[in-house]
Design a protein around this ligand. Structure first.
Ligand SMILES: Cc1cc2nc3c(=O)[nH]c(=O)nc-3n(C[C@H](O)[C@H](O)[C@H](O)COP(=O)(O)OP(=O)(O)OC[C@H]3O[C@@H](n4cnc5c(N)ncnc54)[C@H](O)[C@@H]3O)c2cc1C
Length: 496
């Protein structure tokens, strides 16, 4: 019997798995996707919110503020890039300034540093502040991270400390048994003493299997554009317009421009309720909302001083994700009264990326404090990973090449990813098994050409490392095979 099963390997599940791995526990993570971070954690605005926005006293406020303060140390420990770049929520009229003052009151109640700024104040922070902006809120402790990169790092570290991950394994049902739970999955049945429900937009399904305290999750999709790194030099602060209420409850944080930690710019996002919990598409309607907003409002953003019109031709790709918006409008945490040892990390919509590390700490405490579980004496908090080749100095590059000649072979020219890094991404704990999983770990395929040049070579390296045939390699698990047939019969000894 397992001590703990975590359902879902997004930022909530991976934070929980890493937290559990500090203790003498036998832990299993079940993830239906082909990789860690297959759900919402790969489709969001990547902002580590300071906590100026959630309603004071709510779980969202408590864990947002605590989580955000954990980020600098957490990211340093796991060697994940994190930048505290600050955020400006700007206003273009007096009604929006009212909203700015309301946000300031919330920020004060949440003990988050904020300042209501006049236009002159803003110009001191962002000398290029755009046209029409009359003032705004300055939030110095806002930051940026790559959420899927962090989830992968948390999973690697958890695995290094003994947690087992089963990917492409869908939890299907849960039954109460003597001393715990029986979890039936697409990959067999597992018995466990505790369950951590981190299933994102599916978390209501599992809660409602074991508890009469039912809730429902309404998937709320949001889409983003990515702008080429050439323009990132013109922007360092995250800039959003004041939030807008949504017809079905809650509000957005406002359309914004976020400079990513990888040197690109993220623009977004809309917020629309959908029926499909797996919705992560880009739609004409969703993209139009973003493009129309930025075409109309580009002049307010500091970047417009350098690039006067919204640069459609600098958009290199788009992505989307669905928030797990619960009908209770707050995170749903802990054990339902009628289901002890079943622990919810549910309704984790924004600011879920920010809050996850703090939520995981408290949820794991429920188990370890009740059971008196000892810590592991040999717990290793970090990862053994080299810095990306693209960020190395010339001396570091030289040294890396001397140690491993595969560092001299650039596979992705746009993002300067080497063969050594791709092989390492496949060999690491919870390693890459698809072209997309390599991309998530290394950025091979994320540049201007979007994998046009490097994907065939990545596929070949995956074959070599995993001992597979090219026809077996997928883009992102399941039936997403990239090659469908041989154009001619492969000659013996030459399967390519
Ligand atoms: C458009 C948008 C913008 C956002 N912006 C921000 C932001 O800037 N800052 C911030 O802090 N937060 C933001 N968020 C919120 C944040 O992305 C989420 O709160 C967070 O990613 C949720 O993580 P999770 O692990 O709970 O869920 P997920 O990442 O969805 O993980 C759940 C996992 O469970 C798996 N799963 C589901 N069912 C099963 C099953 N039956 N068996 C096994 N596995 C299963 C899924 O495949 C998935 O991998 C945003 C969200 C969206 C959509």
């Amino acid at each position: 019997m397992w001590d703990a099963i975590v359902i879902g390997a997004g930022i909530s599940g991976c934070s929980t798995a890493r937290e559990l791995s500090r203790y003498q526990l036998k832990t299993l993570v079940l993830e239906k996707g082909h990789d860690v971070s297959a759900g919402t954690t790969r489709g969001n605005s990547a902002t580590v919110h300071a906590g100026y926005d959630p309603d004071p006293g709510s779980y969202k406020a408590i864990y947002n503020v605590r989580g955000s303060r954990m980020y600098p140390d957490l990211c340093a420990e796991l060697q994940v890039p994190y930048v505290k770049n600050g955020m400006i929520v700007f206003a273009v009229n007096e009604a929006q300034m009212e909203e700015v003052r309301r946000l300031k009151e919330k920020g004060d109640s949440n003990h988050v540093e904020t300042k209501v700024c006049t236009r002159e104040d803003l110009l001191e922070i962002e000398p290029d502040m755009g046209e029409g902006v009359i003032g705004g809120l300055w939030i110095p402790d806002s930051g940026m991270v790559c959420p899927y990169n962090l989830a992968i790092a948390l999973a690697e570290n958890a695995a290094r400390n003994g947690v087992e991950f089963r990917l492409s394994t869908e939890a299907q049902s849960i039954e109460k048994i003597q001393g715990g739970w029986l979890v039936r999955t697409s990959g067999g049945d597992f018995e466990t003493r505790y369950i951590f429900n981190c299933a994102g937009t599916y978390a209501d399904k599992f809660n409602n299997m074991v508890s009469k305290d039912v809730f429902h999750i309404i998937p709320r999709e949001g889409q983003h554009l990515i702008v080429d790194r050439d323009l990132a030099k013109y922007t360092k602060t995250t800039i959003c317009q004041t939030p807008e209420p949504l017809p079905t409850g809650g509000h957005t944080k406002g359309m914004g421009l976020m400079p990513s930690v990888d040197g690109t710019i993220i623009l977004g996002c809309n917020a629309d309720d959908v029926d499909d919990p797996d919705f992560s598409d880009n739609t004409r309607e969703g993209l139009d909302k973003i493009v129309n907003y930025f075409e109309k409002n580009w002049k307010h953003f500091p970047i417009s001083r350098h690039v006067p019109q919204f640069p459609r031709d600098a958009v290199i790709t788009a992505y989307g994700g669905s928030r797990a918006h619960p009908d209770r409008d707050d995170f749903i945490l802990g054990e339902p009264e009628d289901a002890p040892c079943f622990i919810n990390l549910a309704g984790i919509e924004s600011p879920g990326v920010t809050a996850a590390p703090a939520i995981a700490e408290d949820m794991v405490k429920i188990l370890v404090e009740r059971e008196g579980t000892p810590l592991k004496a040999d717990y290793k908090p970090g990862r053994e990973i080299k810095a990306p080749f693209r960020t190395m100095t010339m001396e570091e590059r030289q040294k890396a090449i001397e140690e491993d000649p595969d560092y001299a072979k650039i596979v992705c020219r746009c993002e300067q990813v080497t063969e050594a890094e791709i092989r390492d991404a496949i060999r690491r704990p919870v390693g890459a098994r698809s072209v997309s999983a390599v991309k998530m770990r290394t950025r091979a395929g994320m540049g201007r050409c979007q994998g046009g040049f490097c994907s065939p070579r990545v596929l070949q390296i995956l074959c070599e490392e995993l001992g597979k045939e090219p026809l077996e390699i997928t883009q992102s698990g399941g039936h997403s095979n990239i090659l469908v047939d041989h154009a001619c019969q492969p000659k013996e000894g030459n399967e390519q």
